[in-house]
Ligand binder design. Structure first.
Ligand SMILES: NC(=O)c1ccc[n+]([C@@H]2O[C@H](COP(=O)([O-])OP(=O)(O)OC[C@H]3O[C@@H](n4cnc5c(N)ncnc54)[C@H](O)[C@@H]3O)[C@@H](O)[C@H]2O)c1
Length: 456
């Protein structure tokens, strides 16, 4: 089952699964301005905004760092049951590091403000809602002088990418530390593999392949909205079904392989073309395809193929490879970035030709938090936003190519004007959803070739 299994009940089991460990995560040299200190008593206070599966996992990682005290002091969500379940789940193992009385548990679309108002400049806010709210919450965090951990993906459309690039620069100018949950970059196995590839152990990379193929996952398949209650909140519960909330299963599930393959190449692709379709959607009305195959092209004309599929009974595959002029590598042996990574003198991963295999088994989910807190405590430059937006743009570019049936370039993706949820900062509990079901309960779906460069 995937780490994106938000359909699972929030429980200690889920925290442990999602609490997944960089020593050398990329940090960007930022402008030098007066730095923001953690709270005077040396405790870094944390607020959790988006109390689902990953939010609980990230809060657990935050409270598990070894370099000084961290305390969870506020929680925010739009769904009371989610906040309650995560509060109770965390209380089992982490009660000594939690001080979240009922008056600091906030519900509603403005709950993020109340939770961040409970912090002091230099504390940390965790943003683990679906991506539609990332720029909204990040804007407020910057205004409050807060450090941030935010989950991937950061955007699903061009206008939001432009906003997030600008916000990332604002955060850097204020010397705020920002971690982004692309945990492959914090896997010590992948860091060593990256070093070895840079040292030429597989020659020049000419092809990479990523596969995430499984049965239906998380909330990527949705039957019709029951017609009662808030359609907006129903879509938020089922965010993998809706492009505005998550970029769909493509953005949410495939970004890890797209990110780490591009990292191995040290480049982002310049264009993508793709195929995909809704072959076995049955009575489901979500906006996803059930199969995607994207061919990314880099500036040197080398390729990266990303295949994604959610189909029952078809062969499951969940790993990634790099092929070079002198050999090949298994990047993720399994899952988003699970070890061991390995190198071969041949193009096939035959054991007899294996020249290196990684040994580290530490958790990239914990490593990313250890590094973020170290950067805060020791005032080291730490801002993963540009890289996080770049990975999200590369992912969106492949998705858009599949959904439109057009070749999409990097510049077209960044500069596209289709904003999926422009009013995400104005939502209330009574707001209409950004996409509405028609009289028959159907939502607009991508129709390659028929809707020009609009995805739906
Ligand atoms: N890095 C990883 O391996 C990894 C794994 C899982 C999830 N994620 C990412 O974490 C994010 C959350 O995923 P999840 O699986 O935890 O989903 P989830 O549905 O379990 O949790 C999301 C929570 O956010 C809440 N929420 C939604 N909109 C909100 C708003 N405007 N204000 C406050 N709360 C709001 C929801 O009610 C829900 O409780 C996604 O972006 C996902 O891609 C990353």
């Amino acid at each position: 089952m995937s780490t994106e299994s938000s359909a699972l009940p929030t429980s200690r089991r889920v925290f442990l699964k999602n609490t997944g460990t960089i020593a050398a995560a990329t940090a960007f040299a930022g402008m030098v301005v007066p730095h923001v200190h953690a709270a005077e008593n040396n405790t870094i206070q944390v607020a959790l905004v988006g109390c689902g599966g990953r939010g609980g996992g990230a809060a657990a990682n935050a409270m598990s760092v070894k370099n000084g005290p961290v305390k969870l002091v506020a929680m925010a969500d739009v769904l009371e049951d989610r906040l309650k379940a995560t509060y109770e789940g965390l209380s089992g193992d982490y009660s000594a590091k939690m001080d979240v009385p009922p008056e600091r548990r906030f519900i509603g679309f403005d709950s993020y403000k109340h939770a961040m108002d409970a912090l002091k400049p230099g504390d940390v806010v965790i943003m683990t809602t679906p991506l539609a709210f990332r720029w909204v919450h990040f804007t407020y965090a910057i205004s409050k002088g807060l450090n941030v951990f935010m989950e991937k993906p950061l955007i699903a459309d061009g206008p939001s990418a432009r906003k997030m690039y600008a916000l990332g620069e604002q955060a850097k100018a204020k010397n705020l530390k920002v971690g982004v949950g692309l945990m492959s970059r914090h896997s010590k196995s992948l860091i060593e593999l990256h070093d070895r590839i840079q040292n030429g152990e597989i020659g020049d990379i000419i092809l990479m392949r990523g596969y995430r193929m499984a049965g239906p996952l998380a909330s990527a398949f949705s039957e019709k909205w029951p017609g009662t209650g808030s359609e907006l909140l129903w879509q938020i519960r089922r965010f993998h079904s809706f492009m505005w909330a998550s970029g769909g299963c493509f953005s949410d599930f495939y970004i890890h392989h797209i990110d780490h393959c591009c990292w191995m190449k040290n480049a982002w692709p310049v264009k993508a073309h793709a195929i995909g379709g809704r072959h076995y959607r049955g009575s489901n009305v979500d906006q996803n395809f059930d199969s995607y195959s994207v061919e990314y092209t880099f500036a040197d004309n080398t390729k990266f193929i990303m295949d994604g599929r959610c189909m029952v009974g078809a062969v499951p595959m969940y790993h990634s490879f790099a092929h070079g002029t002198k050999g090949s590598a298994i990047i993720a042996k399994n899952g988003d970035c699970e070890p061991p990574s390995s190198i071969y003198s041949s193009q096939a991963p035959d054991r007899k030709n294996m020249t290196w295999q990684s040994k580290d088994t530490s958790s990239p989910y914990q490593n990313e938090w250890d590094s973020l807190i170290d950067a805060i405590r020791n005032d080291k430059p730490w801002n993963e936003v540009k890289r996080g937006v770049d990975a999200s743009v590369a992912t969106s570019m492949g998705r858009m190519a599949a959904h439109t049936g057009q070749e999409i370039s990097w510049d077209e993706m960044v500069n596209s004007d289709h904003e999926f949820a422009p009013d995400a900062d104005k939502f209330t509990m009574d707001s209409a959803a950004p996409v509405l079901a028609d009289a028959t309960g159907l939502y607009p779906v991508p129709m390659p070739g028929l809707k020009g460069r609009r995805e739906y």
